[in-house]
Design a protein around this ligand. Structure first.
Ligand SMILES: [Zn+2]
Ligand SMILES: [Zn+2]
Length: 341
């Protein structure tokens, strides 16, 4: 049996729509009929060659939801028909990180769907049964897909940055992860500032609860605006989702004492810092990658309880993936583009 899949063929080569074999579920695995796959910036990093894990061809996509269609040995057949969201890491289960439930840092990952194993831009995917997380009835598979990376990445970054009530947090760049950071930052009692160059995205940031928004096109220095908003104090945490030279420079200038600069996004640009800039104000720089299974379960709960909503900007059939990628590249998508096989 064959299925359609959108596949990566190496750096600087266009993705291609191909027909490949439908994978068979082995022992302990389930086969999911994919109903929605979110398009993440990561796919642009694959396309440009910035992210290259050396595995090609490879089906793209790591925000995946659908229905369990068949199961392998040792999986309860009652799960057939269950609506699920995929947790895209499958760790070794035995290393120090896996034992702490932090599979996103496992050094011996068995699978990472859409990174070095075939992902969700396809009609079917096979994953271990524990990676297929049950979706409550009231979340559609389309709105669920962006939870898989967008919302969960936000929860992980907020946890790492150890956000406390009344902290001022800056969300630098307003895309799918930012929408999670803003909403969950507010749930945790933070004072949230969103920065973007797109008025429509800033409007949405306000709608989702941001206390302040800054259009970077309209000010000379975003760092100065942050100082004004905080009576000269600065931000406790800046989440860098853009990470180009200019935003990084502003980000480090807007931190208060013991402030944390958290890189969630990255670009081709390097980042320069003199140790004295860290020492004098006891500032930390950190990186945040992916999420744990527990964080994904929390994300699903928050969406089910209507405390967080995902923003689906557009739903496209699988074979129109190029349009979605183009829109993502232009930076004019207000939320996630979701592919529907
Ligand atoms: Zn992602
Ligand atoms: Zn491990």
């Amino acid at each position: 049996m064959l299925m359609k899949a959108i596949r990566y063929h190496g750096p600087n080569q266009p993705f291609r729509l191909e027909e490949i074999s439908v994978p068979e579920p082995g022992p302990g695995e389930v086969r999911i009929k994919i109903q929605a796959a979110g398009m993440c910036h990561t796919e642009l990093h694959f396309a440009s060659g910035l992210l290259n894990l050396g595995v090609a061809p490879l089906t793209m996509g790591h925000e995946i939801s659908g229905v369990i269609e068949s199961v392998g040995d040792n999986v309860n057949k009652a799960r057939i028909g269950e609506r699920v969201l995929v947790y895209y890491y499958a760790g070794c289960g035995t290393c120090e990180w896996c034992r702490k439930g932090e599979e996103n840092l496992c050094s011996h990952l068995r699978h990472e769907y859409g990174f070095f194993n075939d992902g969700g831009y396809a009609e079917y995917i096979v994953v271990p049964a524990r990676n297929a997380v049950t979706l409550p009835e009231d979340i559609s598979t389309e709105e669920a897909a962006p939870i898989g990376c967008g919302v969960t990445t936000a929860i992980h970054a907020l946890n790492l940055a150890n956000i406390k009530p009344n902290d001022t947090i800056v969300v630098y760049g307003v895309g799918a992860v930012a929408f999670g950071l803003i909403q969950i930052g507010k749930l945790r009692g933070a004072n949230v500032v969103g920065i973007s160059r797109t008025p429509e995205k800033l409007e949405l940031a306000s709608e989702l609860g941001a206390d302040h928004t800054i259009n970077a096109n309209e000010v000379e220095s975003t760092a100065n605006v942050i100082r004004e908003i905080t009576n000269g104090r600065g931000a406790d945490v800046v989440f860098e989702l853009v990470a180009v030279k200019e935003t990084i420079e502003q980000s480090k200038q807007m931190l208060t004492k013991r402030g944390r600069l958290v890189f969630v996004g990255y670009s081709e640009d390097q980042f320069n810092i003199h140790p004295i800039e860290l020492v004098i104000n006891e500032v930390s720089v950190m990186g945040s990658v992916g999420n744990t299974l527990e964080e994904l379960q929390e994300a699903v709960r928050l969406v089910a309880q209507n405390k967080v909503r995902t923003i689906v900007a557009q739903v496209l059939p699988l074979d129109r993936w190029a349009e979605g990628l183009e829109a993502l590249q232009q930076g004019n998508v207000k939320g996630r583009v979701v592919l529907k096989p």
